[in-house]
Design a protein around this ligand. Structure first.
Ligand code: PMT
Length: 420
């Protein structure tokens, strides 16, 4: 929310059917507190009316290069210089060609030519036009000029064909803008993350799991990506799509998560590679059924069923041992960050959690550990907020207030920047 507050974004519509999605982009930007200055090209007015755009943006629409009614008649210069971000969506093949060749024959092309600050380009067109060598040449040129491309995506196109050419969804364009504007405090760093629950199969139709939604891990991944890090995210079954730009590996069971995480750790700590940090937010099942039945377990006639469980491997513990081995060989030791999900119903019980968490931090070889009491208000599995106490291996302790998980992700990224 706070990120977009007081930021000014020029949202420029090219003339394409995807313009209807740009209306949603304006709505999202305004909802998050941004000021929107809308620009419509002549052909864009064939798809959306200036009145609709003005009403959504809460600001008059700029349409003409020559506006005698403007104080100095130079909207193209003012818009280019004063806005924090320029988003061109949809960017048609014609618009892309104009931008690539530096034409300045209408308001949008003139302001893009003046602008030296960030520009996001969201192409949308028929897949034949997109794949044409001329468009691909122009796109390469614009990327070399520093524009950030978002999309196009594959799917059903307005012309009835299937293929590449759909404009990215409004949320993704918004995220691209945010990434472009965010300080790159983790540029050059690679981060390994686990998130979400694991599922331990009992039979072909049932499993044991927990209520983790993956939100905490997603928020950290998102913050790290915004800060310029490369992110590998190993996650259990969650309802969210992986954050844009993360290398995401989906697993089900604790054993699969263990194998995938160790494999990624080994890959990124090989000589010549550099893993900066591993953050384990996943709620990994400590136990799994000792055996998985091949067919559905039948209801017992006496009304009781006993399950034998066996312990799963501990991923954090295994990484702690690997990290120590690297340090013993005088190799760079990635920072190891664990979480501790504890339950305390009373304040007295909550006071006992820190010593427990400190013991966990030491036993599992962590550098940092975030303790959360998942019974505290606003801290449950699946909630949008959380309250954590950050414990450092040195003994230092920081009590963070109840925050949106997104903000916890940002604070953790800040902490990592200080430590790395
Ligand atoms: O996903 P959300 O709905 O957003 O909820 C977030 C969360 C509550 C899941 C998250 O904030 C959290 O606390 N994650 C850790 C959950 C957990 O398993 O805690 P633990 O105290 O049991 O484990 C301690 C640490 O060891 C954790 O970093 C855990 O990932 C790791 N672990 C545990 C068991 C195991 N077999 N392997 C592990 O790596």
């Amino acid at each position: 929310m706070a990120f977009w507050a007081n930021k000014t974004v020029v949202v420029a519509f090219g003339g394409g059917i995807a313009a209807y999605k740009t209306l949603e982009l304006i709505r999202l930007l305004r909802e998050q507190g941004a000021r929107v200055w809308p620009v419509l090209t002549a052909s864009a007015t064939q798809f959306v009316t200036p009145l609709t755009v003005q009403a959504l943006a809460g600001h008059p629409v700029y349409q003409d290069l020559f506006t005698p009614q403007a104080a100095d008649g130079m909207d193209h210069i003012r818009l280019a210089q004063e806005a924090d971000l320029l988003i061109i969506a949809p960017a048609t093949a014609n618009r892309i060609a104009k931008l690539a060749s530096g034409l300045a024959d209408d308001l949008l092309s003139a302001l893009a030519l003046v602008r030296r600050k960030p520009i996001v380009l969201a192409p949308a067109m028929n897949s034949g036009m997109w794949q044409h060598p001329a468009t691909q040449r122009n796109i390469s040129q614009l990327q070399a000029d520093g524009l950030l491309l978002v999309g196009p995506e594959s799917g059903a196109l307005a012309c009835g064909e299937q293929g590449v050419g759909r404009m990215a969804e409004a949320e993704r364009i918004l995220e691209a803008g945010r990434r472009l504007l965010s300080p790159k405090i983790l540029l050059g760093h690679r981060i390994l993350l686990t998130a979400g629950p694991t599922r331990e199969e009992l039979d072909p139709v049932r499993y044991i799991s927990n209520r983790s939604s993956g939100r905490m891990g997603w928020a950290i991944a998102q913050a790290a990506l915004r800060a310029g890090a490369e992110v590998t995210l190993i996650h259990g079954a969650v309802e969210m799509a992986p954050p844009w730009g993360a290398e995401a590996l989906a697993v089900e069971s604790a054993q699969e998560m263990y194998e995938a995480t160790l494999q990624q750790w080994d890959k990124w700590t090989r000589p010549g590679q550099q893993l900066s940090c591993a953050i384990l937010t996943a709620a990994v099942a400590d136990y799994r059924p000792a055996s998985r039945r091949a067919s559905k377990i039948k209801k017992e006639l006496d009304g009781e069923l006993s399950l034998k469980l066996t312990q799963n491997p501990d991923i954090l513990l295994a990484l702690g041992e690997r990290a120590n081995r690297l340090a013993q060989k005088n190799r760079a030791r990635p920072l190891l960050v664990g979480f501790a999900a504890e339950t305390a119903e009373t304040e007295d019980a909550a006071a006992q959690l820190v010593p427990l968490a400190k013991e966990k931090l030491a036993r599992k070889g962590c550098d940092l550990l975030l303790l959360n009491n998942v019974l505290a208000p606003g801290c449950a599995f699946g909630s949008l907020t959380n309250q954590v106490t950050l414990l450092h291996r040195s003994g230092q302790q920081e009590i963070w207030p109840l925050l949106a998980k997104e903000e916890i992700g940002e604070r953790l990224v800040q902490t990592l920047q200080n430590r790395l």
